[in-house]
Design a protein around this ligand. Structure first.
Ligand SMILES: Cc1cc2nc3c(=O)[nH]c(=O)nc-3n(C[C@H](O)[C@H](O)[C@H](O)COP(=O)(O)OP(=O)(O)OC[C@H]3O[C@@H](n4cnc5c(N)ncnc54)[C@H](O)[C@@H]3O)c2cc1C
Length: 467
């Protein structure tokens, strides 16, 4: 079929609301401002049948398709890599199909926004326990496809642990209905997991059945300062040893990160008098008022003070204070963005090796570019570090060294037994790194899976695997 013929068929199928060929700017740029080239058009299907028909037509014509959710991805996965592709936006598939609070499950269409879902679920006393900064825009299909994880991942897992079943449209238009809603399902290969983190390269997630948790009603939140990262890891171990069942947040940030927030954001509230090299935010929560999470937190902090681990600490005494503590941690990326150009990284290492990882990475980066500023922050319970770099004053050519500097960060993470892509996936931006750091066996297996599911390579080419 010619492109003109395909265009006419898509217009016929989806109507003017569902097939757009002008004013496409919002679909062409992602969150980081990465701009795709010319699109053939944007398909906005209303249901699974539409998605299947679009993929059947696109694969028949050999036209690439990039699925797009909330467009908040941080590695250029949601915009096409080449000219003349179709963006398939899930923005019209926002149905919440079945809330089952008795079984702690919900069935949704993939275009549902996380915050909207949680608002609706709250009326039933349940929640999807995934807490991420982009929850006001990120959609279930995008969260599944990037296997998103956030600050609650230690307690509830990443998105793949919350997915019970999926419906997926395959590149040839076939529909796989794997929307089961049971936890125990060992009927062969775990196909649903294959699509978690596939970043739209194997098909389009159209529906999901998800595992829920009761809404926590009790919270206890504290912020503490510590002299060094090694003590922070030991303190984290102490918290987990006694309160792991109630731990929903164990976040860390450095004094350098705090300085950026205090300097660049309006009226942050910093509750401590003694500063340290590192700060840890702890949050315990429970859905039962009989469980005194506040007392538990207090006793952990008391013991840690007595053992000399903590320099200073404060427990939030109101909801406003709790929000202010979290804001210090969550505002770090914004504080850094307002300061200077930055190179962002998202890696993970085993928690016990985190201090050594930060030290060694700092040293190797400093040797490469003296005066470089290293800002590590992230999730202390699972070893996920956002390690962002800003240039020394006057180095306007900083971005010319980006690849060399980033490779130092990634290579050491792998040397330490960790991952060069912890939360955000590969998109287009990390494919080169993946090619370099994946083992030959891993590379071959992934290429074979892609070839088996998408032999025409129409699904999001150049994402995860280079075409
Ligand atoms: C401020 C901010 C904070 C963030 N915090 C976190 C965090 O804490 N943890 C974290 O993991 N991420 C975080 N992210 C990254 C991002 O929000 C997640 O990757 C999220 O899962 C992307 O969802 P989305 O709907 O925006 O997907 P998009 O950005 O639209 O797409 C992401 C990828 O999924 C594919 N895709 C989208 N929908 C579908 C579908 N229905 N079927 C198949 N493929 C699909 C796309 O092709 C693309 O490859 C953050 C981003 C921002 C901007």
């Amino acid at each position: 079929m010619t492109r003109g013929g395909l265009n006419n068929r898509l217009l016929e199928l989806l109507g003017e609301e569902g097939w757009l060929t002008s004013d496409l700017q919002t679909y062409q740029r992602d969150w980081l401002g990465i701009q795709s080239v010319e699109l053939m058009g944007v398909a906005r299907p209303e249901n699974t049948e539409d998605v299947a028909a679009v993929l059947k037509l696109a694969s028949g014509a050999g036209v690439p398709v990039t699925p797009q959710g909330g467009n908040t991805g941080l590695c250029a996965g949601s915009v096409p890599s080449g000219d003349g592709a179709i963006v398939l936006s899930m923005s019209r598939m926002r149905g919440i199909l079945n809330i089952n609070p008795a079984e702690f499950t919900v069935a949704v269409e993939a275009g549902v926004v996380l915050a909207d879902l949680n608002q609706e679920l709250a009326e039933h006393g349940v929640m999807l326990p995934l807490h991420i900064g982009s929850e006001g825009s990120a959609q279930i299909g995008g969260l599944v496809s990037t296997n998103a994880g956030g600050s609650h991942a230690h307690r509830h897992g990443t998105m793949q642990d919350l997915v019970l079943g999926l419906e997926v449209v395959l590149p040839n238009g076939e529909v796989w209905n794997g929307c089961r809603s049971v936890l125990k399902d060992n009927s062969g290969f775990q196909l649903r997991r294959l699509f978690c983190g596939a970043e739209g390269t194997l098909g389009i997630v159209t529906k999901a059945t998800l595992k829920l948790a009761p809404i926590a009603t009790e919270h206890a939140t504290a912020l503490v300062s510590l002299a060094e990262f090694q003590t922070a890891v030991e303190f984290g171990k102490r918290v987990r040893a006694v309160a792991d069942n109630f731990l929903v947040g164990l976040e860390f940030f450095s004094n350098a990160g705090l300085e950026l927030v205090l300097k660049n954001l309006s009226s942050p509230v910093f509750p401590l008098t003694v500063r340290g090299e590192v700060y840890v935010l702890i949050e315990l929560s429970s859905a039962c008022s009989q469980i005194p999470v506040g007392d538990l937190l207090e006793s952990v902090l008391e013991e840690a003070f007595e053992s000399g681990q903590l320099l200073d600490g404060a427990i939030a005494s109101s909801e406003a204070q709790r929000t202010a503590f979290w804001k210090l941690r969550e505002d770090i990326p914004e504080g850094q963005r307002l300061e200077a150009v930055q190179l962002k990284h998202d890696v993970s290492v085993p928690v016990s090796r985190l201090p050594q990882y930060i030290k060694e990475t700092r040293e190797r980066l400093e040797a490469e570019l003296p005066g470089i500023q290293v800002n590590p922050f992230g999730h202390l319970a699972d070893g996920n570090i956002h390690l962002n770099l800003t240039p020394p004053a006057g180095r306007d050519d900083f971005m010319n060294s980006a690849e060399r500097l980033s490779n130092i960060v990634y290579d050491i993470a792998v040397e330490f037994g960790g991952s060069f892509a912890a939360e955000h996936g590969l998109g287009q931006t990390k494919v080169g790194v993946a090619d370099r750091l994946r083992s030959p066996v891993e590379r071959r297996l992934m290429a074979q899976i892609k070839q088996a599911v998408d032999p025409g390579n129409i699904m999001n080419p150049n994402v995860i695997i280079r075409s």
